[in-house]
Design a protein around this ligand. Structure first.
Ligand code: PAF
Length: 299
């Protein structure tokens, strides 16, 4: 299959390298043509092999050589990055949304109404140490679910991703998995960013983690997601433990004075809570603190 990766950050570079390693045709995409092409990238695999590869940047907005467009940008870049492709992208190209946060799918479904659209959630761990090096830091599961009728036919994607990443499968509960990941991100990311610590620090902040899970559980119930506060707490703590040495993406964004994904993580939770007339005061406080930090360097 022919893949194009939109957003060569840690996860995008990992998927690009792992797909190329198994012989798939992989290009990167940059509508702004701001990247020198080709890009040299070294992948360090889970068993510490170093694999050197080269990726060409595609700039043709129709993506004529692409079967699957994998969207791995920061969530706030999804709409601006896909906008130049509207009305141009071949309608046979499957779009896979594999980013943190929520709130982009309605826009993508309406602008690319003829394309198969898939939502994905991955727990694969990746670290991009430089522009030219990505490390696969942890095995993770990748779950995909169709967002429209056309996407129900896109099954060849699964075995290919499964071979490349060690796990990939269809989920008929993708909405539940997306919400679960959203809660993981809404708890781990702002807390670790404000504490300026790796994820494992939350093992000594369990009561705050528990309170954040308790506060958000009624919202998930309103959204039809069957997850108790206790289940959410267990899941969040398991991720914090499994990724104890890793720095969360939001900690890294704040540490490097970059815009964060807070609007599409906690901001999305707050927006949904508002629609259901629920209050999330502790999440709101975290939101305000991150916005305050962010505004200090984005203005
Ligand atoms: O955003 C991140 O960093 C990751 O999604 C997670 C799960 C919080 C682990 O660091």
């Amino acid at each position: 299959m022919r893949w194009t990766i939109l957003g060569a950050g840690a996860i995008g570079a990992l998927f690009a390298s792992q797909l190329k390693r198994i012989g798939e045709q992989v290009t990167l995409f940059d509508a702004r043509k701001s990247q020198p092409s080709p890009l040299k990238l070294t992948l360090t695999t889970l068993d510490q092999q170093a694999i050197e590869q080269e990726f060409v940047y595609e700039t043709d907005l129709t993506l004529p050589e692409t079967d699957v467009l994998l969207v791995t940008t920061k969530v706030w870049q999804v709409i601006p990055a896909l906008t130049p492709l509207t009305g141009k992208l071949s309608t046979t190209c499957t779009i896979v949304l594999l980013h943190n946060g929520m709130g982009t799918t309605d826009w993508v479904l309406s602008r690319f109404s003829e394309n198969p659209i898939i939502a994905g959630v991955t727990s694969a761990g990746a670290l991009k140490t430089t522009k030219h090096h990505v490390q696969h830091t942890g095995f993770g599961e990748t779950w995909l679910g169709p967002l429209n009728e056309q996407a129900k036919q896109s099954t060849p994607i699964i075995p290919t991703l499964n071979t490349a990443m060690g796990h990939a499968d269809w989920s008929d509960q993708i909405k539940e998995r997306q919400w679960q990941k959203l809660v993981i991100n809404a708890v781990i990311n702002p807390l670790t960013a404000l504490l300026n610590e790796p994820n494992g620090t939350l093992l000594s902040h369990q009561s705050q983690v528990r309170q954040l899970c308790e506060e958000v559980a009624p919202l998930l119930a309103k959204e039809g997601i069957d997850q108790t506060a206790e289940q959410l707490f267990t899941t969040v703590m398991a991720v914090a433990e499994r990724t104890a040495k890793n720095y969360s993406s939001m900690q890294q964004d704040i540490a490097h004075q970059r815009k964060t994904e807070i609007d599409f993580i906690t901001g999305y939770l707050l927006q949904k809570a508002n629609e259901h007339q629920l209050a999330l005061p502790q999440h709101h406080e975290l939101y305000l603190k991150i916005k305050e930090r962010e505004q200090a360097f984005t203005h």
